[in-house]
Design a protein around this ligand. Structure first.
Ligand code: PLP
Length: 391
């Protein structure tokens, strides 16, 4: 890969949560899933241009550039999505919650598959919903869905499965067979899927992201939500999209948006300009970023070779899910080791499970490390970890 963007640049990242604590203790920040790379200059230019126009009144007339979103999906190899199926949103979490509210009422049961991104777990308990857990099982070197357990959860009356595809933190990219098995259950129990696809563009090797909205037996019961947050390091923007093939469901989703104040939380002009620029002018940056982060995984895994650590290149996401059970450290000790010995701050495993399971399971012995950072950080961080194990 010939790089025309500088991913090696070490930036101070003054305005982000990720580095605030790390810097204070001389550690390398590898928590929080944003990248340490500068926004693509094409996006910066588009924001400047929009700002130069000097008009920031109410933006009711400004809509997302849907063609830009659809072109991006095609470029990424998705099956054609009709324009009518696309809905603009102010961000992924917001839209995922809206999807949940659309297909459930207070008191309804909602399934989450742990390990899972913490705010997504919290989502399932919002506005009186009752979370049910379908834990992913680690089998033959990867996490898999326990379909018997999933069926039990639907039998308990769950109305919706809140999926994460690819899964954060394990990096699993779900296969067509897995989605079809989900479809069988969702149809059998008259339920729905809300699929958080925020990491859908970060897929490794020859795998392909497949949305439930593109699986015929599941499409009519699915809501997929995604954005530029992970793909282009735009987590600070509030803009995204939803794909909802079922017309009646889509109408309910839009109505639900307005009932919780979508008019108050619509994306700003700058969000919309940034999204359009990312999808239309960001391909080269994206391709190079992917090649760079892929090399980061190689470097990191080489450093871990021979250590009592279990970690493999994920199928998707820029997150390395590390199992250090052999050390037998519990969460508090693990936090101390990360800040005092490694001086590399990742996110501890228990964050990715529900309270009922916390302190009681193997996730305690995991840590999630974010590898979307300049190479020098990766080398230094994994040197530090290696030295700790060798000392
Ligand atoms: C699975 C998942 N969903 C949602 C989000 C955040 O969504 P948003 O960009 O809407 O804040 C993240 C960020 O880490 C994530 O990993």
């Amino acid at each position: 890969m010939t790089y025309t963007y500088n991913f090696d640049e070490i930036r101070e990242r003054k305005n982000t949560a990720k580095w605030a604590r790390a810097r204070a203790i001389g550690a390398i920040g590898m928590g929080i899933a944003d990248m340490d790379f500068r926004l693509a200059p094409e996006i910066v230019e588009a924001i400047k241009e929009r700002a130069e126009c000097g008009e920031f009144g109410y933006t009711a007339m400004e809509t997302p550039d849907y063609e830009a979103v659809l072109d991006w999906l095609t470029y990424r190899g998705a099956a054609p999505v009709p324009r009518a199926h696309l809905v603009g949103t102010p961000g992924v979490l917001y839209a995922a919650r809206n999807g949940m509210y659309t297909v459930t009422s207070p008191g309804d049961k909602v399934i989450v598959q742990t390990p899972l991104h913490t705010p997504s777990i919290a989502t399932a308990a919002m506005q009186g919903r009752i979370p049910l857990v379908n834990r992913l099982v680690y089998r033959d070197g990867r996490y898999e869905i326990d379909f018997n357990d999933l069926e039990d959860r639907f039998r308990e009356g769950a109305r919706v499965l809140m999926m994460c595809a690819p899964n954060n933190p394990t990096g699993r990219v779900w296969t067509r067979e897995e989605l079809e098995s989900i479809a069988t259950l969702v149809n059998r129990y008259d339920a729905y899927v809300v699929c958080d696809e925020i990491h859908r563009d970060i897929i490794w090797g020859d795998r392909r992201h497949l949305s439930p909205t593109a699986v015929p037996s599941l499409a009519e019961r699915s809501i997929a939500v995604f954005s530029t947050s992970k793909t282009f390091n735009m987590g600070g923007f509030h803009v995204g999209s939803a794909i909802i093939p079922n017309e009646e469901l889509r109408a309910r989703f839009v109505k639900q948006f307005y009932s919780i104040g979508h008019t108050c939380v619509r994306p700003s002009s700058l969000d919309l300009a940034a999204q359009t620029a990312a999808y239309t002018k960001g391909r080269a940056w994206y391709e190079q970023m992917m090649a760079y982060v892929d090399e980061n995984f190689t470097v990191a895994l080489e450093h871990l070779d021979g250590l009592p650590i279990r970690a493999t290149h994920p199928e998707g996401t820029f997150l390395l899910w590390v199992d250090i059970s052999e050390l037998g450290l519990y969460t508090q000790e693990l936090r101390e080791v990360m800040s005092e010995k490694w001086r590399v701050l990742g996110d501890v495993g228990l964050l990715y499970d529900t309270a009922e399971y916390q302190n009681k399971n193997e996730l305690e012995h995991h840590v999630r490390l974010n590898l979307a950072t300049p190479r020098a950080n990766v080398i230094e961080a994994f040197d530090r970890i290696r030295r700790y194990f060798k000392s």
